[in-house]
Design a protein around this ligand. Structure first.
Ligand SMILES: NC(=O)c1ccc[n+]([C@@H]2O[C@H](COP(=O)([O-])OP(=O)(O)OC[C@H]3O[C@@H](n4cnc5c(N)ncnc54)[C@H](O)[C@@H]3O)[C@@H](O)[C@H]2O)c1
Length: 266
């Protein structure tokens, strides 16, 4: 998983899974740029990356805003001259208030597709010309097993992640002549703030979960659905990202790889 002296850009890299991806890439030798709409953890993140002896950079980023993307990419190119690794991690589960609502709204469709799908395309489109010029690049999109299976609680999210997987395959074919690898990582059950919202939604469709805490619902879901009988962690996801970002994975492209403890989703 050697990425020594590569320049990596992680979207949504300030929290949860993205934060662990950032730390893992730095630990494996990359200089890391974190772009996130939430910027209150930037000082801690810089300290962490630099603690591994790597260079750090942070940028306020909204993946739905072309100007903010362009500004960030220009700043990275002006400082480092290239971007070797792009991790499209930024994502949302639904519009605010989703966990408390019974219905799916048009806002849920809009926000999941504009951040989860168009956000991946927008940031990639800004970075790809620089990768093409270098004839080198690794793009890793964080999708979800939700993009491969039916889900009763959140059709917009599942459709958006299916969109990420489809986009990954198309990008991989388009960019192969330029020595750019594009893959998706599909996590399943991780205990993050995102899953806390999911737990409250499950109660609405599954009376068996009535009266349980979000964490108890999560643990029951793991027991029922994961053959390895343990949840996935941000480190599990980050380790696969680091492998795909390294030249050890140079002949892997167009794949959507599950990190799901053996759950049968495809
Ligand atoms: N948590 C899970 O169980 C799980 C499972 C499968 C897939 N995923 C995927 O993993 C990725 C990370 O999920 P997480 O659980 O860490 O979520 P999270 O909500 O904890 O973190 C998401 C990150 O994206 C950032 N972000 C949101 N909107 C943004 C925007 N418009 N522009 C830039 N940054 C933005 C947030 O600030 C945050 O740092 C997401 O793509 C998610 O869909 C998560």
């Amino acid at each position: 998983m050697d990425v020594t002296d590569k320049i990596a850009l992680v979207t949504g890299g300030a929290c949860s899974i993205g934060r662990t991806i950032t730390a893992t890439l730095a630990r494996q030798g990359a200089h890391v740029v974190v772009g996130d709409i939430v910027d209150n953890a930037f000082e801690d993140i810089k300290e962490e990356i630099e603690g591994y002896g790597r260079q750090s950079m942070t940028a306020h980023l909204d993946v739905t805003d072309g100007n903010s993307i362009q500004k960030m990419v220009e700043a990275v190119i002006s400082r480092f001259g290239r971007i070797d690794i792009l991790v499209n991690n930024a994502g949302v589960i639904a519009a605010p208030g989703w966990a408390d609502r019974d219905d799916t709204t048009e806002e849920d469709w809009d926000i999941t597709h504009s951040i989860n799908v168009k956000g991946v395309a927008n940031v990639s489109n800004a970075v790809i010309p620089h990768m093409k010029e270098a004839r080198y690049g690794k793009i890793i999109n964080i999708a979800s097993v939700a993009g491969k299976q039916a889900t009763v609680i959140n059709p917009p999210y599942a459709a958006s992640k299916a969109g990420v997987i489809s986009l990954t395959r198309t990008m991989a074919m388009t960019l192969a002549p330029y020595n750019i690898n594009v893959n998706a990582v599909c996590p399943a059950l991780l205990w993050t703030p995102m899953w806390e919202k999911i737990a409250y939604k499950w109660v609405k469709v599954n009376p068996e979960f009535e009266g349980l805490s979000a964490r108890e619902i999560f643990d029951k879901s793991v027991a029922a659905r994961v053959p390895l009988q343990r949840p996935q962690t941000p480190e599990d996801v980050a380790n696969l990202v680091a492998f795909l970002a390294s030249d050890a994975a140079r002949n892997i492209t167009g794949q959507a790889i599950n990190v799901d403890g053996g759950s049968r989703t495809d």
